[in-house]
Design a protein around this ligand. Structure first.
Ligand code: SF4
Ligand code: SF4
Length: 180
């Protein structure tokens, strides 16, 4: 067999002083390439979160879905009209609302009011269907993410603040669930 090609078509390794220097410079070149990447990463600002050391200053991005909340105004009122849409749309049966029917003393008409809004964080899959469905923007996700507890019952949260004394007559609504 002539030349530097074997019978199976594989090139033989070059030999001699020239090939040694060639391999040496090639090795130095690849070393410098690696060092260039290392140097660049050394000076690039770090994005890794040092959690939990940075717990105090750590801020999640606004779109993060941490815990379902029901915002209240300064007077302690929320926007929920107890329509039950969020409860109906939730695929995990995570939301349970208890409602009441009160008579408006001014109009004399009956209206439905929220008594208790229960949310089981342990079964929520953060799909946000409830938030997107709510016609009054009464619920929203905050960015709180530290949910570890030793007792799952502590994950069942009441989102509305205690209701003010209802005006007029009232009667229990069949949409209620058993109080804990
Ligand atoms: S985010 Fe999804 S799973 Fe969680 S309460 Fe809302 S609808 Fe239910
Ligand atoms: S939170 Fe919204 S969708 Fe759910 S019961 Fe209240 S008003 Fe209806």
């Amino acid at each position: 067999m002539k030349g530097n090609t074997s019978s199976v078509g594989i090139k033989e390794a070059p030999s001699g002083k020239g090939s040694y220097l060639k391999n040496l410079f090639r090795g130095i070149g690849t070393l410098l390439t690696g060092l260039k990447v290392t140097g660049r990463e050394f000076f690039t600002p770090k994005v890794t979160e040092q959690y939990p050391e940075n717990r105090k200053e750590l801020k999640m991005f606004d779109r993060f879905r941490g815990t379902l909340t029901m915002p209240h105004d300064e007077q302690g009122n929320n926007r929920c009209i107890a329509c039950g849409l969020c409860q109906s749309v939730c695929p995990n049966d995570t939301i349970h609302i208890t409602t009441d029917t009160v008579t408006d003393p001014e109009t004399g008409k009956n209206k439905r009011v929220l008594v208790r809004y229960e949310y089981d964080l342990g079964s929520c899959m953060f799909c946000q269907l409830c938030v997107n469905t709510c016609p009054h923007h009464a619920i929203a996700f905050d960015t709180a993410f530290e949910h570890a507890v030793f007792d799952r019952s502590k994950l069942v949260l009441t989102l509305n603040r205690p209701a003010k004394p209802a005006a007029g007559n009232s009667s229990a609504d069949s949409d209620s669930r058993t109080e804990k």
